[in-house]
Design a protein around this ligand. Structure first.
Ligand SMILES: [Zn+2]
Length: 222
């Protein structure tokens, strides 16, 4: 059994979306041994900091929030698809179709209990890159049609430069949850079990999460 921690580490100087200073986490020590018998600290941060799950409310007015996502969805079969060889900074329907031709068996990748993780050149960079590789609206439409459980990417956003946010909307309207801020550099393309455990926060549009992949020798590799 091989385990991969595919989460970002939360620190005050970690990369955040567009390097917006207001989005940097703030860690404050509220008690220490100089004045107290215990040590305590407080964390303030944006819900979209580090590895997190986007819920429908993020882009759909009145959309579902965090508590609609139960423990059932936290463990899924998962395929990591390697797009690090892509020249363009965008994953389109054509790119997905081409990878699926190489992988071959659709039934190993798509389905209501399956998650797809997009590994890109983003995983090779530590700093925030404004021209990060993203999933465009045609790629989102392709995955929506495949009726998967979720899709994840190794960027702090699953899309950019689409003013109508079609990628988020298409996926969220199709009931596909989105994991952003993954780190996949060490993970080979293949089949895994994905465990993604969000904090149990009620009524919000996104939740920070810890994400881990489990690889077993007995699992067929896509
Ligand atoms: Zn987000």
């Amino acid at each position: 059994m091989v385990l991969y921690d595919i989460s970002m580490t939360i620190t005050e100087d970690m990369p955040v979306y567009k390097e917006d200073k207001a989005k940097k986490p703030v860690l404050t020590v509220t008690r220490d041994f100089g004045s107290s018998s215990a040590f305590e600290s407080r964390l303030e941060m944006d819900m979209h900091t580090g590895t997190h799950i986007d819920m429908p409310l993020h882009f759909i007015p009145g959309g579902d929030t965090s508590e609609k996502w139960d423990v059932d969805g936290m463990f899924t079969r998962c395929t990591v698809i390697d797009f690090t060889d892509l020249d363009a900074e965008v994953i389109t329907m054509k790119d997905l179709e081409q990878k699926m031709q190489e992988i071959g068996d659709d039934s190993q990748v798509f389905g209501r209990k399956m998650t797809v993780l997009l590994k890109t050149k983003n995983s090779m960079k530590e700093a925030f890159d404004p021209s990060f590789t993203y999933l465009d609206k045609t790629g989102a439409a392709y995955l929506a049609e495949k009726k998967i459980a979720g899709v994840g990417i190794d960027a702090l956003g699953i899309e950019r430069d689409q003013p109508a946010h079609e990628t988020h909307k298409t996926l969220l309207e199709a009931g596909i949850w989105i994991i952003e801020g993954l780190r996949l550099n060490e993970v080979p393309q293949g089949s895994y079990i994905l465990a993604v455990l969000p904090l149990k926060i009620k009524g919000v549009e996104a939740v920070p999460a810890r994400a881990v992949l489990l690889a077993s020798a007995s699992m067929p590799l896509a």
